[in-house]
Structures are given as C-alpha cells and as structure tokens.
Write a protein that binds this ligand. Structure first.
Ligand code: EPU
Length: 431
C-alpha cells in the first residue's frame, strides 16, 4: 500500500492546474448507457473512481476506449449492446457512485440489477430516494439478496419531489426521465454544477431539459438519445483543496483551469479568515501572507459551503487565531480526520455534528491514517504546514479522486513523495 511522505513548512509558489471533476465525470460516463451511439468525453480525470466506472460499464458490454498521449484525458464510450444490466456488489462496494447506472439501465434496457451499497466511512448514505423517484416514473422495484431490481417496460413521466436534496439521486432520475414517455417535473433537486454539467451533456444527446442547476427541473422525455461530445467541468473540490494549500502555507499560488463561479462560498469563507484571493479568468491566485482568524462554517448543499471541503477547512481552522465551530449538515459521520489532526497537535472537540476548533496550534508531523477521500486531502494539507516529516498511510483513498496530487504539489514546491510498502529491515543489517 502506498504512503505519502511530506516534509512541511514550505510555502507553495507557482501555478498548479486543476483536472476535470470526478463527480461530473462519473454521471457523464453513466449517461453513455442511454444511447447506442458513441459518447466522447473530454477532461476526464485520471483517478481510481473513473477506472472503477470504466470496469463497471465494460462489465455491461460497453466499449470504453481510453485516450493516451495528448488525448489521455479523453474517453469514448460506445454502448451498442447491453449484455448485462447489472452493477455487481464487488464494484459497488468500492464506489457508491456505481448506483448512478440504475436510472439509465431501467430507461434503456427496461431492467436494472444494482447492488445496494451499504454504509460507508462518512455515513449511512441510503439510496431510498433514487428508488422512490424511479417508482414515480412507473418502475417496479424489488429488493432481495442485497440487490435492487428495477423493471419498467417504458418509464413514463411523473412528478418527483425529493424529501431531501440528493446529488446523485437528482442525476440518476434526470437520466431516467430523459428517456421516459411524457413530461417529468422534479422538485427540491440538487443545484450542484455537476448536475448542470450532466444536463448539458444529455441536451447534446438530444434530451429536452429545463431548469438544471435550479431546484425545479422539467424533462420532456424523448424516445431515443444519440451520440455527443462533451468537455467535463473543472473539479471545484480539487481546486478548493489547492487554494487552501496556498493560504495555509503562506504561499503565492495560482490555481489555474478552474471555474471560480463554482467556488464562491469557499472563496468568501477564505477571505473572511484572512486569505487574499484574486480571480483572473479561470485562475484563482491565493496569497496567505497575513495571520488567519477563526470563522465558523456550516456545510450546506450548493451553493452553500460544500461538505467535500469540510475536512480541508478544518485544517484552516487549526491555523486560525480563535475558536471556529464547524457544523456538518450533510453527512452524520464526516469527522474521521479530526482524530488524526488531534494526533498532529490540533485542539478539536467533536459533539455530534459539531466540531469546535481552537487555534492557532502548531502542527507536528506524525504517522497518520487516511480514512476516506476528503479526509486524506485534509491530512495532506496538515502535513504541508506541520513541523517535520508526516507519513500518510492508505493513500489509495486520495487516489480515488485526486489526479497525481503529489506531482502537482511538488510542482509548486511541496516536499512530498509517494513510497510503496517498505520491507522490514532485517536485524543486524545496516543500510
Ligand atoms: N440521502 C438519503 N437518501 C438518498 C440519497 C441521499 O437519505 O436516497 C442522504 C445522504 O445520506 C446524505 C444526503 O442525503 O445525508 C446527501 O447525499 P447525496 O445523495 O447528495 O450524496 P451523493 O450523491 O451520494 C455526492 C458526491 C459526494 C458528496 C455528496 C454531497 C458524487 C459521486 N458524490 O454524493 O462526493 O459528498 O454528493 O455533496 O457526486 C466525494 O467526492 O468525496 C464525495 C463523497
């Protein structure tokens, strides 16, 4: 298992480029199941979750062609035939977003068999709202042996009101409704940019969608969708992670190739704590030369502060003067990183969904364990400001969603390397 070794306390200087958004690429790849013509996707990040989705689509009979060389971020998916409309447990357990194939499979093949994902490191994360929505569109659903089986000769339009806002739930049903007969109205939808990006792709494929990116989406179902070419939006969470790295290390960092409009709540919060932010086109420049001051933060659905940046913001709170209260409103168990930050010298108290952080505390390097994707990112940030050499174990979590993070950060001055499992040194042997 790979580890990261990071020597901290170096300001990050220069330009780092952002990759395509993992959470926009995953639904876009699932959308390829809706048509028998090729879907060409550009700006696909080279991360582990994309590889898992490629395997999933291939297991159903899709041809997934990966670009190489200069086209390495392009993927072409052709789904002429659907051999097996099933998402097996082995793949779903490694990536919950596999459930995004549920809607497209029922819509295209009339049947889908998808493993129930079960809980994960950040919460229970049920998918009841995906199922309820599909039932609204006329699917019949049975659950047995850990699988959901959904069937519908042809889905028909319906009125879906989500009991709570769900990102992949909105995406799943948007795809299903695109091929349903008649009109679907979906209310209380997720407004995340990734939903709007999926709608942009579906529209290029011939879908008729209004209101994506707002809380009410209207879909006029069509009987067939066709091939399309689409460029995935930049990853706002990767961008945000780098921006925080610049602010924390008192650096002068240009985060290029991002969409600053998708980062508004984060940038406002970072300005409130004292980071200097300048926007120039698709580049955010961050300088962190003055002392940071505490500011409370609550995670919310977009356009609020993203839960996927909460762990990283907690590191900012440890380096800010005063007390910050962080409230996690989206997931019930997303503070695993706090235990590791405590081991590095942070002062954090957790009560239910609230974390109280007293700063500023110096962080000191330690051996730490990554527990999930964004928790791992927060440990990298903590290591960048810590005194000494931090070793982060289980970095496969970070590889799920950050493309070559160590190379990107090294390019702007971080002292960071990846090491494989080392063999124990034999007694009496000197290196
Ligand atoms: N929820 C339900 N029932 C459902 C669906 C969701 O109760 O049927 C609850 C969840 O348990 C959670 C809340 O609703 O408490 C919101 O969950 P949501 O469905 O929005 O999350 P998701 O779609 O499973 C996506 C991202 C996550 C991100 C969340 C919230 C993808 C592939 N994943 O997950 O990204 O944290 O939205 O913004 O888009 C990550 O990238 O690290 C990550 C976890």
């Amino acid at each position: 298992m790979d580890k990261f070794v990071i020597r901290g306390a170096t300001p990050l200087l220069g330009t780092v480029r952002v990759s395509g958004a993992k959470n926009a690429a995953l639904p876009a790849m699932a959308a390829a199941l809706l048509t028998d013509e090729p879907i060409i996707l550009e700006n696909i990040p080279q991360v582990r979750d994309i590889e898992t989705e490629r395997k999933l689509l291939a297991s159903m009979g899709a041809e997934v062609e990966l670009g190489y060389g200069r086209a390495q971020h392009r993927t072409t998916i052709s789904c002429h035939k659907l051999l097996s409309p099933e998402a097996p447990y082995d793949l779903v357990k490694t990536m919950r977003a596999s459930t995004l194939v549920l809607g497209p499979l029922v819509a295209r093949a009339g049947v889908a068999r998808v493993s129930l994902p079960g809980g994960c490191a950040i919460g229970a994360r049920p998918i009841d709202l995906h199922m309820k929505g599909l039932e609204c569109l006329g699917a019949s659903i049975i659950q047995e042996h850990g699988y959901i089986e959904a069937r519908a000769e042809r889905l028909r339009g319906g009125h879906i009101v989500f009991d709570r806002i769900t990102v992949t739930g909105t995406e799943d049903l948007l795809m299903a409704a695109s091929l349903a007969e008649g009109e679907t109205v979906m209310e209380n939808c997720a407004r995340e940019p990734e939903v709007a990006d999926l709608a942009a792709l579906l529209t290029k494929m011939g879908a008729r969608i209004e209101g994506a990116g707002t809380s009410t989406i209207r879909v006029h179902g069509v009987s067939k969708l066709h091939g399309a070419r689409h460029r995935i939006i930049p990853d706002r969470i990767e961008a945000g992670t780098f921006i925080i790295a610049g602010a924390l290390t008192a650096g002068d960092l240009m985060v290029a190739g991002c969409e600053p409009r998708h980062l508004t709540s984060l940038l406002q919060k970072l300005e409130a704590v004292g980071a200097k932010i300048r926007i120039d086109g698709d580049t955010v420049r961050v300088t962190g030369d003055s002392a940071l001051k505490a500011s409370d933060m609550s995670t919310e659905e977009y356009p609020g502060f993203p839960t996927d940046m909460q762990a990283q913001y907690m590191v900012v709170a440890t380096q800010s003067e005063g007390t910050s209260v962080i409230t996690e409103n989206i997931f019930e168990n997303r503070f695993m990183h706090a235990q590791e930050l405590l081991r590095m010298g942070a002062n954090i108290k957790i009560e239910g969904r609230r974390a109280t952080i007293r700063g500023k505390t110096p962080l000191s390097a330690a051996a730490v364990l990554a527990s999930d994707l964004r928790a791992s990112a927060s440990l990298v940030l903590a290591a960048l400001v810590a005194d000494g050499e931090t070793i982060i174990d289980r970095v496969y979590h970070i590889d799920r969603g950050y493309e070559r993070i160590e190379e990107k950060l090294r390019g702007v001055g971080a002292r960071m390397k990846r090491i494989g499992e080392m063999l124990p040194r034999r007694e009496g042997v000197t290196a």
